[in-house]
Design a binder for this molecule. Structure first.
Ligand code: PLP
Length: 400
């Protein structure tokens, strides 16, 4: 049977991880993989997660099944974290939350729900978007199309082009939006731009699917949820895929949720019931361990405060590195503007490098990033910022 299978091409990021691991250079720099790294270069377990996990081990008295919608304490806590406790959609009982295996699981069951409800319209994604959106959404049978989003040369959102593309879409079209910390570009919508997008979607009858994978790593927990909250307030139907991988550092525990906002109670219930069936048909039930940890953190004022402090530390570290890199590049490349690195948010930025430059940086300078020039800012160590900036400057044609 297996002899009929073609071997698919290797995921470029996995190839990059292997190449980095095998590089013996002591000062190699990994800007490739999309996980947060601290000043030691480690992706450590958060102290708050350790404390909640210890509590969980002591308190938990059963590991029996919970059901396809997962841990209800987690679902309630995460809906409050994303929408804010006083959101009108929560008050009107239009919100349902189903736990999922990571943000990826949430995107996949969301795509399956769209397919069930609205089989014909395509889903619009930003150009560029996170590479894994393509298999996650298309494997549910959705057809993906792109809307203009990012101007590579200036490192900013091409907002007018984005708006005119959205304006021409037929009613009912799904639009995937990155809630905050756009992956791979770091270029986010401003609050005014979110307002214009919400008005346009509402006028044209378009349905937003928000991917919120970095809440708290941009400007703050509430600030980063601005777009999702606004859409849930102004529009009758919204889907929000949430990930706890980055902001709780729970990557391998696979913690996420899909929040659906329906036009009314009955429609929200129908969406949730369908999602339960969809989950049952794919993985049956999501894993509980990480969700139980998140629920304990968010329900406990002391743990929640401690977690927010840890999250703030991550966010501020990224902000500091953005500033340092933008200044170092400005110094190394006179006449070029790198203010966009400072203005972007979250873990990623994109350097306007050719694939050949990216290759040379890897071979000659031991600096690793994917071919599109996306860099994980948190992968920089402070003492290596100048080295990276001067190496990149050479590729921009600057000589020392
Ligand atoms: C844009 C985006 N969405 C969703 C995810 C989902 O991640 P996970 O499934 O690990 O929670 C990620 C992770 O890298 C991401 O970058």
């Amino acid at each position: 049977m297996f002899q009929t299978l073609d071997v698919p091409p290797e995921d470029p990021i996995l190839g990059l991880i292997a190449a980095f691991r095998n590089d013996p250079a002591p000062d190699k720099v990994d800007l490739g993989v999309g996980v947060y790294r601290d000043e030691r270069g480690a992706t450590a377990v958060l102290e708050t997660v350790k404390a909640a996990e210890q509590r969980l081990v002591t308190e938990q008295d059963s590991k029996t099944y919970l059901g396809p919608t997962g841990n209800e304490r987690f679902n309630e806590a995460i809906a409050t974290m994303v929408l804010g406790a006083k959101h009108a959609a929560l008050r009107d009982s239009r919100v349902r939350t189903i736990q999922a295996p990571g943000g990826c699981g949430a995107l996949r069951i969301g795509a399956e729900l769209i397919k069930r409800a609205n089989a014909t319209t395509p889903i619009m994604v930003s150009d560029p978007t996170w590479a894994n959106h393509v298999p996650l959404l298309s494997s549910a049978g959705l057809q993906l199309e792109r809307y203009p989003y990012y101007d590579r040369a200036s490192g900013t959102v091409q907002f007018d082009r984005m708006m005119s593309a959205l304006e021409s879409l037929p009613a009912g079209t799904m639009v995937l939006l990155h809630g905050a910390c756009h992956n791979p570009t770091g270029a986010d919508l401003s609050t005014q731009q979110w307002e214009r997008v919400a008005d346009l979607l509402s006028q044209r009858g378009l349905v937003p699917f928000v991917d919120l994978a970095y809440q708290g790593l941009g400007d703050g927990l509430d600030e980063d949820a601005y777009g999702a909250r606004l859409l849930a307030e102004k529009l009758p139907e919204v889907l929000i895929a949430v990930s706890c991988s980055k902001n709780f550092g729970l990557y391998r525990e696979r913690v996420g949720a899909l929040i659906v906002v329906g036009q009314n109670r009955q429609q929200a219930d129908a969406a949730a019931a369908n999602l339960g069936k969809i989950a049952r048909g794919i993985y049956s039930m999501p894993p509980d361990h990480g969700a139980a940890i998140v629920a304990r953190i968010l329900e406990d004022a002391k743990l929640a405060t401690q977690w927010r402090r840890e999250l703030t530390k991550m966010r501020e570290r990224i902000g500091g590195l953005r500033k340092a890199l933008s200044e170092a590049l400005t110094l190394a490349c006179p006449g070029r503007d790198f203010s966009q690195i400072l203005n972007q948010r979250g873990m990623f930025s994109m350097l306007d490098l050719t694939p050949a430059s990216v290759d040379r940086l890897r071979k000659d300078k031991h600096i690793y990033m994917p071919g599109d020039g996306r860099i994980n800012i948190s992968g920089l160590r402070e003492q290596r910022v100048d080295y990276v900036a001067w190496s990149v400057a050479e590729e921009f044609g600057m000589n020392r």
